[in-house]
Design a protein around this ligand. Structure first.
Ligand code: ZN
Length: 195
């Protein structure tokens, strides 16, 4: 993931939000809200990630202790938090604090050491892997284009760029180039909006 280790989402195409897109996670009969949601288009990635993470947490998600978008700086700094962009979730906050080590065998509502490798599969960094840990915190390091290209199986595909059109090609070739061009134009417009 090209933006691992980059802590300025505005440098890879995102804008801070007044509020995110509504996001809740279905846990059995419960719907667990993550106020105030996530960045546009990222909900399927968060859901797929949580589908792997939550079964590893004894007791699962605890309602009222999970958080999403919030317009604020990283604590103690003047740098915008990934939460300000809707690119971070806090999971079971009171049970997964800052500065401690993640358990190998988690207790009730605790996130285990295994979370880091799951997060990476979805283009995310886990605060549990930082030198000053933030065990509740997961942040998405995909660009808007990478979010659009995400295939739903934990990987991304780079959208193909159309080859230069040459005159005099047969009809089938023109049709193919036309479709590719239309996709590129659509992607270009969407990217400009998200910037
Ligand atoms: Zn956080």
């Amino acid at each position: 993931m090209t933006n691992f280790g980059n802590y300025d989402p505005s440098s890879f195409g995102w804008k801070t939000l007044a509020t995110g897109e509504s996001f809740s996670y279905k846990q059995g009969m419960l719907s667990v809200p993550f106020p105030s949601g996530v960045a546009p288009g990222t909900a399927p990635i968060w859901e797929a990630f949580l589908n792997e993470l939550v079964p590893m947490i004894p007791g699962g998600l605890k309602i009222g202790t999970c958080w999403g978008q919030e317009p604020r700086n990283i604590a103690g700094t003047s740098t915008k938090s990934f939460h300000a962009y809707g690119l971070a979730l806090d999971v079971n906050a009171p049970y997964n604090g800052r500065g401690g080590a993640a358990p190998t065998t988690p207790g009730q509502y605790q996130i285990s050491k295994a979370a880091g490798s799951i997060a990476k599969k979805y283009g995310m960094e886990w605060g549990g892997d930082w030198s000053y840990t933030d065990l509740m915190h997961f942040e998405l390091h995909m660009s808007p284009d990478e979010v659009k290209a995400w295939k739903g199986d934990g990987t991304t595909s780079t959208p193909s760029t159309p080859s230069t059109a040459t005159s005099g090609t047969g009809l089938p070739g023109k049709v193919v180039l036309g479709v590719a061009g239309a996709i590129a134009v659509a992607a270009g417009i969407a990217y400009a909006v998200s910037n």
